[in-house]
Design a protein around this ligand. Structure first.
Ligand SMILES: [Zn+2]
Length: 182
């Protein structure tokens, strides 16, 4: 097994839920930590359910409910490379109850509204229809797809993204950042 496969092998496993903060862009990583701390201060027990999501996994999730071989509810409107998760710029949060992740219900929905408000305090934004999803605000997907990323990227984030781009290329490959700190 090559070093790259050994290091990134799990990212192409479409069922693998990645919670590795190192694969999240540093600006997003900082905001995620602030959100978790602020939630704790308000006795809201939110944790990171999923961070980086490979384009292979995004495609897998997108097909659920859309092809005969993948019955079930439609869970996302976003195809591969159309979600901020592929760029390490989105995180899905979930409540942690008795050590298990728990999702939104009519009874706990006010907590998810507060999660989004807290995210907005730290430069994040929600998207319609996904209560636990927060992404870095003020970006354009089209720009991300062209390789224009927020400044402050680090090697852990970039090497993971580069591996994803190599293993599942965008139709128009983006340019690499001018430097790792671009
Ligand atoms: Zn999400």
């Amino acid at each position: 097994m090559s070093g790259v496969v050994a290091r990134f092998g799990k990212s192409a496993d479409v069922k693998h839920i990645d919670r590795d903060l190192a694969k999240i862009h540093p600006v997003m990583r900082g905001a995620v930590c602030e959100v978790v701390l602020m939630c704790e201060a308000e006795c809201l027990n939110f944790g990171m359910f999923e961070g980086f999501r490979s384009p292979q996994r995004q495609k897998h999730i997108y097909l659920q409910g859309r092809v005969q071989s993948r019955p079930g509810q439609i869970v996302t409107q976003h195809q591969a490379w159309h979600s901020y998760h592929q760029f390490g710029l989105a995180v899905d949060f979930a409540l942690v109850v008795d050590g298990e992740f728990a999702f939104e219900t009519p009874e706990n929905y006010c907590q998810w509204i507060r999660l989004r408000e807290i995210g907005e305090m730290y430069g994040l934004e929600g998207i319609e229809g996904e209560a636990g999803h927060l992404q870095y605000a003020g970006l354009e997907l089209a720009q991300l797809r062209k390789g224009s990323y927020p400044g402050g990227g680090d090697p852990g984030w970039w090497e993971n993204l580069r591996h994803a781009l190599d293993s599942y290329p965008l139709s128009v490959p983006p340019k690499a950042p001018a430097s790792r700190n671009a």
